[in-house]
Design a protein around this ligand. Structure first.
Ligand code: ADP
Length: 479
């Protein structure tokens, strides 16, 4: 049994802005099922403190010189019972608004201290100086918010844990002014291009990539893509140099949370044996969203951060033709103000055909996944992507671009066992043609049913990938 600390800045159902939260909930649970002693470490945001009803203080200690001591709370994750440690430092984490940003959308200016502290506490739990009577053998870090952990581990008293750095999105790097190294107590000797420095700044992500024992990305294709200039966001040189220590493991999904036959967010539940129930859910969704209620109208769905990465500008370009051709669209998302404005404008122009909901709404995301016919994910890049897997599992075949985890998880409908519709070119024309093709398939009930069922029967759970992570941990610990 390996003692694994999984450190993350968000975890469902306590706090979520995107796919990282889903993975942070479901991968540790899958590792626990495999018999490992896996525990989470997360920041004590108010949402987390409110949601965890039973928790106890297991340590009070100081992290950085001159700062108030922090508390470590111990609790169990709802539903799974995975142990979770909460870093209770109210001056940094008890704030109204998001985990990374304040209400107007700007980043919290002290994010380096907030996530530097999280990184350091993770390293402490993996060192002989652990403030509790448990010491991790392996610390699994996730994204830039935990990128300094491998650096701090090197500075701790041995025996020290080994570390794995999973990159969920290399575009988010946590690059900050170099002055932060003083208050974060990183020795100046580490501030160079072979250390924590990235173009004159302190880079949390680069630090993790440089110092972790192994680097993982969330799909095999993305692991290759980020070693090339276009998708490496400046980290490609480092990644290529460490290519033998970089691998890709495709994320799985939580098959209990995303199960249309028992989904608590759905009025009408269904499974592969009776898809007529899915149609009932579609009619309910059309009604709820103020769309014309008609079971034969192809209903397209989007649940996404509204950003350039997700290719949603390409979609805006081709929507008028598709909508004029008789399709409907249901969008749920938030993000760039300009995208939000343009989508809302579209909803106004196509009242009854387009519904746009701005915001984060877990229940509606499940209802759209279940109630639409075709799910759209035209991402320019996509490290893994989870929504396409939710779509397949809910009998809502996705239209995706062949990139990253989309390429690794969706089989094109032109092939045997096809589960969705795949295009290559990051352009509006290719997207439009592919959506049109998907709609044609939708109108041919037998063909469409086959694609739906292929997706619904596809294994998108964690069993296989959790086993791959475990093999990776074991190979690091053996060395
Ligand atoms: P990313 O992490 O890049 O945002 P993923 O597809 O990996 O994209 O995961 C996104 C997760 O966040 C999914 O669980 C998706 O359903 C959820 N999500 C995204 N936007 C919203 C929203 N506006 N409301 C509810 N859930 C959302």
């Amino acid at each position: 049994m390996t003692r694994i600390l999984f450190v993350t800045s968000e975890v469902h159902p306590l706090i979520k802005t995107g796919g990282l939260a889903d993975v942070s909930a479901s991968l540790p649970a899958a590792l626990q099922t495999l018999g490992e002693d896996v525990r989470l470490l997360i920041p004590g945001y108010n949402q987390v403190l409110d949601a965890l009803k039973v928790k106890k203080v297991v340590a009070t200690f100081s992290v950085f010189a001159g700062q108030a001591p922090v508390k470590l709370l111990s609790a169990k994750m709802p539903h799974t019972n995975v142990p979770v440690y909460v870093l209770d430092a109210p001056q940094y984490f008890c704030r109204v608004a998001g985990p990374y940003q304040y209400q107007l959308g700007g980043d919290w200016p002290d994010n380096p201290m907030r996530f530097g502290m999280l990184s350091k506490v993770a390293a402490m739990l993996g060192s002989a100086d652990s403030p509790i009577d448990w010491q991790a053998e392996l610390v699994h870090c996730n994204d830039w918010q935990t990128g300094l952990t491998p650096v701090y581990l090197q500075l701790m008293t041995a025996p020290r844990a080994k570390s794995v750095m999973t990159v969920h999105n290399i575009a988010f790097q946590g690059n900050f002014d170099r002055d932060w190294i003083k208050s974060l107590e990183i020795p100046v000797a580490h501030f160079n291009m072979h250390g924590v420095e990235f173009h004159g700044n302190l880079s949390f992500l680069k630090s993790g990539l440089q110092y972790a024992d192994r680097i993982v990305t969330v799909s095999p294709t993305y692991a290759h893509e980020i070693q090339a200039t276009e998708m490496g966001y400046g980290m490609q040189g480092l990644l290529t140099a460490r290519r033998n220590e970089v691998s890709g493991i495709l994320n799985g999904i939580d098959e209990d949370e995303w199960d249309a036959s028992k989904d608590k967010h759905l009025e009408v539940r269904y499974d592969a044996s009776d898809l007529s129930q899915k149609t009932q859910g579609k009619l309910a969704l059309q009604k709820r969203l103020g769309l014309e209620v008609n079971e034969h109208t192809p209903l397209l769905g989007v649940v996404s951060r509204l950003t350039y990465q997700k290719g949603l500008d390409l979609l805006l370009e081709c929507l008028p033709t598709l909508l004029d051709g008789g399709a409907q669209l249901a969008v749920l998302g938030s993000g760039d103000a300009e995208f939000e404005r343009r989508y809302l404008q579209l909803a106004q122009r196509y009242s009854g055909r387009v519904s746009v909901t701005i915001g984060f709404n877990e229940a509606l995301s499940h209802q759209i996944m279940a109630g639409t016919d075709i799910f759209l994910m035209p991402s320019r890049f996509e490290p893994c992507g989870l929504n396409q897997m939710y779509g397949m599992r809910y009998g809502t075949p996705p239209v995706v671009r062949r990139t990253g985890g989309l390429a690794d998880s969706v089989i094109n409908a032109s092939l045997d066992g096809g589960t969705g519709f795949v295009f290559d070119d990051a352009g509006a024309q290719a997207l439009q043609q592919t959506i049109k093709w998907a709609i044609e398939c939708y109108r041919d009930a037998n063909t469409f049913r086959r694609i739906q069922l292929n997706g619904m029967h596809k294994d998108v759970g964690w069993r296989h990938s959790a086993q791959l992570y475990l093999e990776l941990y074991n190979s690091i610990l053996k060395n």
